[in-house]
Write a protein that binds this ligand. Sequence first.
Ligand code: PBG
Ligand code: ZN
Length: 327
Amino acid sequence: MVNLVQRPRRLRTTDSIRRLVRETHVTVDDLLYPMFVTTDDAVTEIASMPGIYRYPVDALLHAVEKAVNAGIHAIMLFGLPASKDELGSEGYALDGIVPTAIEALRRNFDRSLTIVPDVCLCEYTSHGHCGIINHSGAETDVDNDATLKLLARAAITYAQAGADMIAPSDMMDGRVGAIRAALDSSGFKSMPIMAYSAKYASAYYGPFREAADSAPQFGDRRSYQMDPPNRREAIREIALDIEEGADIVMVKPGLAYLDILREARDNFDVPMAVYNVSGEYSMVKAAAANGWIDEDRVINETLTAFKRAGADIILTYHAVEYALRLQ
Ligand code: PBG
Ligand code: ZN
């Protein structure tokens, strides 16, 4: 006869006991909901991301109100401009789509809604790269240092429009420092920066590039986004961003990089964000549409994995549907 002293199963017998000993909880406090705002006058659903839309400003106000009613208190904004050019001018124009949307949101929502514009040029450049192109050298490449000035301009423009936090996603070297300096000298010393620090060159961004119409027209992003096999380099990127003044750092994508997230959490004592990116969302939606998975449980498990791996903030397109289920 077996006589076990230790039986972990004792604490799994009822739902109530399981709740008592549960180690990880994902609440609406943790969620940051990415949204797309467009200069078009129609709301369009993103084909590869069912349930996610590009909103004109007035429709965005309604969608944000719905999200807020569901319990969401923080959103990220991506802009789709009317026109694109070599220098991504609409990305930092005073009357660009993102500052226009921020101003409209600010008129309708107080600071209990946190507005976080993504700062990058790829949605605004005709070539789709995250920085401007230097054609003068032997190789065509993204001009790191020239791009910094434009990113800083975008950050100031969004701050002046009423943003609560700035989130650079371009992966240029030194952009956190450049943006920090520009914000400080423009009267925004208290504006936090959430840096996309360990951002990998990932195929999981595919649906986003359709959503934001931001696919590079030549080449790829491998000269600035990180090489997926690299782990130590992620720690270096995060350390640099913190030195340059990042208040929150991010690992992106999420699921394929949970090891990086855990290691980052163990190495740094700043709030850690993770981006549950478009491709991860699309895969869940596609499998669910086919009846192949239990969607709600898969979403719960996924968000829990991020929290358990060390994330404080989860950027996810599932935010509203998840929040609604918590109500
Ligand atoms: C822009 C940006 C991208 C994402 C966030 N900001 C795309 C990219 O870098 O190609 C990806 C988001 C997603 O896939 O959900 N630099
Ligand atoms: Zn970009």
